[in-house]
Design a binder for this molecule. Structure first.
Ligand SMILES: [Mn+2]
Length: 448
């Protein structure tokens, strides 16, 4: 570990381990997404093995309200994972022992809090180390026997999409150790979804395959065209079957206009968790769905290896995936509404606006235009927007455009250049779209 992990981080981690060893009860606060639930799971298992009592609480975000919850916690020792970076100054003012294991943008260094964050050591926390990475490094500092938990860490890495363009930084170290110890196997990626093919081809939205996703007949036809008998999983396929099926999928995606760069992303490397007998992305989807559906406890127990919770989490995840693919089939039938510089849709009936926006952009949209999704069943109307790197290269900045266009009709918006959100009054949606279309047009022409 000494030569692969910055020495300043090692020092912080041993300090964190000493702090935790000195307490009998530890309160854990974590984020409710896949990385946050993975982080909480690694900590729970670590504390359990160390003979500690603990309680875990998941937050949708760390804001002033939840900061008050932390302040009013009756615990002498607190660990905050996948959260905390934006509240270090306030945490510093508390008088109990606090460990923060986060990877979000740093605002300041800690004075009193024991704070580990990749950004503090010149490592990019966006791409090269997530909350679960930090928790795993803490865990193996507590006890080297905890390296088996690297499997859970990979669900966090996949959840924060830090594996999409290849692993880097601290995550590479986790892969090396995980592989050496036999817990992780890197496998070549594919356009074919992992798992049982009949089920997964029906549910697949990464990518959405027109005529196959959400269609029992479409899946049956594709499987028979590829000459693959029913009941096979991705792992069961022969080399030849795999080649035939992925070629047929590639043809379909090309026909529906999916870009080569998107296909390369879809065919990213997979990480097989040998002890859990599943792909990291699959575990990640289960944990994410549990966290976001308010059943984080089932997610954490699933991550800790409880068979019943794994099955329950998988079942719930499958039900959500079914709703998403059905909404996507419906959206594909209706199509996106085209304006000069943007394209948009109304997801009124479903509520998966942000998710649909990402899938639509990748799978059925015009790649030259940002995609806007809205849910008009509420007033104010909630908005999501997604762009592609090629649009950013042409001058598109969705954070700025959404902020300005929402404000122009009395709403508010913001986010990242490539993905932003917002809300506007229902009766001014059309005006908002006109303004956003004009602003994006101006961004492109002023960048030329
Ligand atoms: Mn995270």
């Amino acid at each position: 570990m000494e030569d692969k992990v910055p020495s300043k981080l090692l020092t912080t981690l041993s300090k964190a381990a000493d702090i935790v060893r000195g307490h009998d009860f530890i309160q854990v606060f974590s984020h409710y997404d896949a990385d946050g639930v993975s982080s909480a799971t690694i900590l729970a298992k670590t504390l359990l093995r160390a003979g500690k009592e603990f309680r875990v609480t998941l937050f949708t975000t760390l804001n002033d309200y939840n900061m008050d919850v932390i302040r009013n916690t009756k615990a002498d020792c607190i660990i905050i994972s996948d959260l905390g970076a934006s509240y270090i100054d306030q945490l510093d003012e508390m008088d109990c022992d606090i460990v923060v294991l986060d990877h979000h943008t740093i605002i300041s260094e800690a004075k009193r809090v024991c704070y580990a964050n990749p950004h503090l050591y010149g490592i990019d926390g966006m791409t090269s180390g997530c909350g679960a990475t930090m928790c795993l490094l803490f865990s193996v500092t507590m006890d080297e026997n905890n390296w088996d938990l690297v499997q859970i860490a990979f669900a966090g890495i996949a959840g924060d999409r830090q594996h999409i363009n290849g692993l880097s930084g601290l995550n590479t170290y986790l892969l090396e150790e995980g592989t050496k110890r036999g817990y992780i196997e890197r496998m070549q990626g594919s356009l074919i979804p992992a798992g049982d093919l009949q089920t997964e081809l029906f549910l697949v939205t990464d990518p959405y395959i027109r005529g196959v996703s959400g269609s029992v007949e479409g899946v049956a036809k594709l499987m028979s065209d590829a000459g693959i008998p029913n009941g096979k999983t991705f792992m069961d396929l022969t080399e030849e079957e795999r080649r035939r099926l992925s070629s047929l999928i590639a043809i379909k995606l090309t026909e529906q206009g999916v870009q080569l760069s998107s296909m390369n992303e879809i065919a990213r490397d997979r990480y097989y968790l040998t002890g859990m007998k599943m792909d990291a992305e699959y575990l990640s989807a289960i944990l994410n769905n549990c966290g976001r559906s308010g059943i984080g406890g089932i997610g954490i127990a699933a991550g800790m290896g409880d068979e019943r919770c794994i099955n329950e989490g998988a079942k719930q995840n499958q039900e959500s995936a079914k709703l998403v693919v059905e909404s996507m089939v419906d959206l594909d039938r209706r199509g996106l509404t085209q304006m000069e510089h943007i394209q948009w849709f109304d997801s009124t009936d479903s509520g998966f606006t942000g998710m649909l926006c990402g899938i639509a952009m990748q799978s059925i949209g015009d790649h030259s235009k940002p995609t806007i999704g809205m849910n008009k069943s509420n007033d104010p109307v909630n908005l999501s927007s997604r762009g592609m790197w090629c649009q950013l290269d042409r001058g598109v900045d969705l954070a700025k455009a959404m902020r300005e266009a929402c404000a122009s009709v009395g709403g508010q918006g913001g986010g990242h250049k490539i993905a932003a959100g917002g809300s506007v009054p229902l009766d001014r949606v059309d005006e908002f779209l006109q303004n956003l279309d004009r602003i994006i047009g101006e961004q492109i022409s002023s960048a030329m």
